[in-house]
Design a protein around this ligand. Structure first.
Ligand SMILES: [Zn+2]
Length: 126
């Protein structure tokens, strides 16, 4: 009689099942394929709890989130759950960042994630 070794699936396998890693571009985003909330963030259902996929992704790939910190997207792509695209910031930094993005809509930020403070003014001058 053959012994069937069933691999033990964990909730992490379940998580990765919902992530699109098909891109061949090494630095491209890994987008959440499952449910998304109204803001476009991935929703991961773990044992009946609805968790933000980017937060779970951060924890799986980067580790513990210290108290008082929030997970921020360095790629400005809400459904992205790639560990290297996720960073930590304080709540105040996150709000400031969102305000900055709101103003800078349509413009991509530079690779280091910082948009020059004077860029908006420059853009308005034709
Ligand atoms: Zn990304």
């Amino acid at each position: 009689m053959a012994v069937v070794i069933k691999s033990i699936r964990t909730w992490k396998d379940d998580f990765w099942d919902h992530v699109d890693q098909s891109t061949a571009i090494w630095d491209a985003c890994w987008e959440w394929k499952g449910e998304r909330d109204k803001d476009g963030y991935g929703v991961f259902n773990r044992g009946g709890k609805h968790l933000r996929a980017n937060i779970v992704g951060y924890q799986i790939q980067n580790g513990v989130i210290p108290k008082g910190y929030v997970v921020m997207h360095q790629c400005d792509n809400p459904p992205c759950v790639k560990g290297t695209h996720l960073g930590l910031g304080t709540n105040a930094e996150n709000l400031a960042d969102m305000a900055e993005k709101g103003r800078a809509r349509g413009g991509r930020r530079t690779k280091d994630g910082q948009e020059p403070k004077n860029r908006r003014e420059n853009r308005d001058v034709s």
